[in-house]
Design a binder for this molecule. Structure first.
Ligand code: F6P
Length: 504
């Protein structure tokens, strides 16, 4: 850490810590200052950070830190397609998939997208015969995005019934088989590397299921979504059914690429393009807005205030909308796989990095875990995400109660309530941020996800860590391979477990 960064962190740590009530009392314009809408073609999103402890002094301090961290230069490099992932010598070009970034990469991404969308259209038009189901096998970044997007945007209206299967536990695949008719099912094999053991094993089993159920040419039913097309060819997929994407797109940033094929299949070509357009609107905002006016950067300021200065070990995300119920799972990978690091870009100890992301869906979570948020001893900054328009067509009372509860929770966490009886006392001063969508549409959903991608990047730059590698996941994979190969001894506990399960 350079001295200037260190000085910035020290200065931030020494700032006075007014309560939320004091901050609101001191500044009538607080809501205006810390709330901003991103306007999209079909509505917008309101980002309200006023119930966090960001104040002018802290914003000044974090802006100084951003300067000391060369934030503007790092952001320029990100969008210019320069190396921002130095341990793997790679750029991180997810924004080019939305049309924002280095021209040559945008052009390449457009060509690949055209190919992917042609395939989607051909399937919708019946060129591959009747297709009613898609089993999408993939894991981590090759599954969480598609699963979330389809759950958020398609549900019962899906143009093709998609089942995302990630787990190697055969039960997951069997459940999908039970819901699909083999004669009208395609299989998407989604893997950036086309080597991941869970995905390749699930893909083989899906082919066997097709063959066992009278499909003549099971491999002919496979569509490969990958950045390693040569591996897909080796595996037996015909080149015409391989939809590639660039290796400069990270797995957890890949749902905008051909990994999003099932999304386009479920919501249609137009919907997919709107989804990209929403993300592009957020890209342009992130690329151009300065300092505290930049929403992902501002969110990173608050995130780091809680994680690094106040040492909050977790942060929670509650989607007050069934359509976004899988968002916490998705954000767990995005945030924890990106910023769950211990060393700086230069290999020095990084200090505290990403908090644990967790969460759930409102109002369910209120009746399960909110006790701790209101009266527990952990500081847990909370994000609330809701939509003004409902996803349901029932009595509007449902949606009103949902939204009122969402806003009530933020208010209660902040205000608290004193009571002479300590058991009934609410300390308050507990922070939250609220993202209020006009509606959950492909466009607003795209913008919401891109906001989180850039928030993660901004936090990484301020912490001087690389958010784009994930070496931490490798060791477990290596040991699993050694166990499979046999002949190696492990610790006594592992040996005993292997023996108990009949694996040694
Ligand atoms: O093990 C972690 C990981 O590498 C993730 O980063 C990635 O999203 C996932 O595995 C799946 O990888 P692939 O798309 O190459 O199958």
């Amino acid at each position: 850490m350079s001295t200037t960064r260190k000085e910035c962190w020290n200065a931030l740590a020494q700032l006075p810590q007014p309560t939320l009530a004091e901050l609101f009392a001191a500044d009538e314009a607080r809501v205006e200052k810390l709330t901003r809408r991103i306007e999209l073609d079909d509505g917008g999103i309101r980002f309200d950070w006023s119930k966090t402890h960001l104040d002018d002094a802290r914003l000044d301090g974090f802006e100084a830190l951003a300067k000391a961290s060369d934030f503007d230069e790092m952001r320029r490099r990100l969008f210019a397609g320069e190396v921002v992932n130095p341990t793997e010598e790679r750029a991180a070009e997810h924004s080019t998939l939305r049309g924002v970034g280095k021209d040559a990469s945008v052009e390449e991404a457009e060509a690949l997208r055209a190919r992917m969308l042609m395939m989607v259209q051909a399937i919708h038009d019946g060129v591959l015969g009747e297709v009613r189901h898609l089993i999408h096998v993939g894991i981590g970044g090759s599954a969480l995005g598609p699963a979330l997007a389809i759950d958020a945007l398609a549900r019962e209206d899906a143009l093709v019934d998609v089942h995302v299967v990630a787990n190697i536990d055969g039960l997951a695949l069997e459940e999908a088989f039970a819901k699909c008719d083999p004669a009208t099912t395609l299989v998407a094999v989604a893997s950036k590397t086309f080597t991941t053991i869970e995905t390749m094993t699930n893909a083989q089993s899906a082919l066997r299921w097709l063959a066992d159920n009278g499909v003549d040419d099971p491999t002919g039913r496979v569509i490969a979504l990958t950045a390693a097309p040569e591996k897909a060819v080796e595996w037996g997929v015909d080149e015409t059914r391989i939809l590639p994407f660039a290796t400069s797109v990270g797995g957890r940033y890949s749902m905008w690429s051909s990994i999003g094929f099932p999304i386009a299949l479920a919501i249609g070509v137009e919907g997919f393009e709107q989804f990209l357009a929403g993300a592009a609107a957020m890209d342009r905002h992130f690329e151009s807005a300065e300092g505290r006016e930049n929403l992902p950067l501002r969110a990173a300021f608050a995130d780091l205030h809680y994680a690094r200065i106040l040492k909050a070990q977790t942060r929670a995300v509650f989607a007050y909308d069934e359509r976004l119920r899988m968002l916490p799972d998705y954000l767990q990978q995005l945030e924890m796989e990106s910023n769950g690091k211990s060393v700086t870009v230069g290999g020095e100890p990084a200090g505290i990095t990403a908090p644990i992301t967790w969460g759930g869906v409102g109002t369910d979570a209120q009746h399960a875990v909110f006790q701790l948020l209101h009266q527990g001893t952990n500081l847990v900054p909370v994000d609330f995400i809701a939509s003004i328009e409902p996803g349901d067509a029932l009595d509007p009372a449902h949606h009103h109660i949902l939204l009122m509860n969402c806003f009530a929770q933020g208010a209660a966490l902040m205000a608290g309530k004193s009571n002479a009886d300590p058991h009934r006392n609410y300390p308050g001063n507990r922070p939250s941020a609220t993202m209020l969508l006009d509606d959950v549409t492909p466009e607003s959903f795209g913008a919401l996800i891109a906001f989180h991608e850039h928030r993660v990047f901004a936090a990484a730059v301020l912490m001087d860590i690389n958010p784009f590698d994930q070496f931490g996941v490798e060791l477990g994979k290596e040991i699993a391979k050694k166990i499979e190969a046999g002949g190696e001894r492990f610790d006594p506990s592992t040996e005993a477990l292997l023996k108990a399960a009949g694996l040694s």
